[in-house]
Write a protein that binds this ligand. Structure first.
Ligand code: LRH
Ligand code: MN
Ligand code: MN
Length: 388
């Protein structure tokens, strides 16, 4: 069983990556509710991410989404991040918001559209080179709405070709993370609908290609921790897009809808030693804060991941292994539940204090005056929104 000091050290070593778009205005397709103080450009998104990192001590990187975070000089954006004490994390491609992509991007029946989509993916690798990012995160909205609309097999061939060309462009130390999603916006077939499809393409591509699990992208009832365990065993788990959901791709704060699921996922991670930085699992957030204030919501999300990790680290491995070997079903289950039911908040408050941080990051944010400052400073200009 780990000591409290070992738990604290492991939580301290965890970096949760926040998403640039979560700092911007976002909403559902019905309404985007604007909020005061929202960043006007990628530089200001990074400023906000840096505040989350300073207060939690655990969010050192921020993912970009291209072209939402388009700037003239990506090296200067990376330098700005460095000055603020953070780094640019994954570069997310976006081949889903252009009229040309109505029938798909890399799987479009028109070769000219496929070329345009692949060129965007290659441009994202150029951006990785300029920012020092190691991960290219790919999500394709590609699919069909009606039976017969296109050949499912031909679309898989086109997908494989596009992925192969992009994979070839990756440099030393760079990875391709292929995200899947069951449906939406395509409603009949989706070209990368599940982990199995993503896994099969990643296997074909090679070791730099790995699967990313967005926790909101499954059919209800899917056992996500099983997927985690399977992919870890195959060395094909690249990372997570964490969020939580009640119905579909709700993008609510991670750990809000089902904290027990988050614990079960992190138990699989910890039992494989994959929480350690050397394992290179990217623990990213992919969330939209439609009605709640953004920075405190992101702080809460980072804390929820830290709490779930601390609980997973508290599982008594020896007791669990013995109960499993003895076929002691109730004993094994109790070993997990004892850890899950431990209140780790005092331990994490202590960890923050150990490192000179306020034990209460959300309270510290409210007391800091940052919200009042950005509300005044960003009153002019156009606030960044989901999609810009
Ligand atoms: C798709 C998705 C993917 C996108 C992000 C904005 O639903 O999860 O990760 O890049 O949302
Ligand atoms: Mn996602
Ligand atoms: Mn999503």
């Amino acid at each position: 069983m780990r000591t409290n000091d070992a738990v604290k050290a492991a939580v301290r070593a965890l970096g949760v990556e926040t998403a640039s778009w979560a700092y911007a205005n976002s909403g559902t397709r019905f309404k985007v509710f604007g909020q005061p103080g929202v960043p006007r450009d990628p530089y200001e998104k990074i400023d906000d991410a840096a505040v989350v990192n300073r207060l939690t001590g655990g969010a050192p990187t921020v993912s970009l989404h291209i072209p939402w975070d388009k700037v003239d000089d990506y090296a200067s954006l990376a330098a700005h991040a460095k000055e603020q004490g953070v780094r640019i994390g994954a570069i997310n491609s976006n081949v889903f918001q252009d009229d040309d992509y109505k029938l798909g991007s890399v799987t479009n029946p028109d070769p000219a559209v496929r070329r345009k989509a692949i060129d965007h993916l290659l441009e994202c690798v150029d951006i990785m080179d300029a920012t020092g990012s190691a991960d290219l995160k790919l999500w394709f909205s590609d699919g069909t709405n009606y039976p017969g609309q296109d050949s499912i097999r031909a679309r898989q061939d086109r997908l494989a070709e596009a992925l192969a060309e992009t994979y070839q462009r990756l440099g030393e130390g760079q990875r391709m993370l292929l995200e899947y999603k069951l449906f939406e916006p395509a409603f009949y077939t989706t070209d990368v609908p599940d982990w199995g499809t993503s896994y099969a393409h990643c296997m074909e591509l090679g070791e730099k290609a790995q699967v990313v699990i967005d926790t909101g992208h499954h059919a209800p009832g899917t056992n996500i921790e099983f997927i985690v365990a399977f992919l870890l065993r195959a060395a094909k788990l690249g990372g997570f897009d964490f969020n939580s959901r009640f119905y579909a791709d709700d993008d609510l704060m991670v750990g809000a809808a089902d904290p027990f699921q988050l614990f079960r996922i992190l138990h699989e991670i910890v039992s494989a030693g994959a929480h350690e930085p050397a394992a290179r699992i990217a623990f990213m957030l992919d969330q939209c804060h439609n009605i709640e204030p953004k920075i405190p919501a992101i702080i809460r999300s980072v804390m929820n991941v830290q709490e779930a990790l601390a609980k997973a680290l508290l599982v008594d491995d020896d007791t669990l292994a013995k109960a499993q070997a003895d076929g002691d079903v109730l004993g094994a289950n109790a070993a997990l539940m004892d850890a899950y039911n431990t209140d780790v908040r005092p331990l994490l408050a202590e960890l923050r204090a150990d490192h000179g941080l306020d034990p209460d990051p959300i309270g510290a944010y409210h007391r800091s005056g940052y919200f009042e400052t950005i509300t005044a400073a960003r009153a002019d200009g156009v606030q960044a929104g989901w999609g810009a």
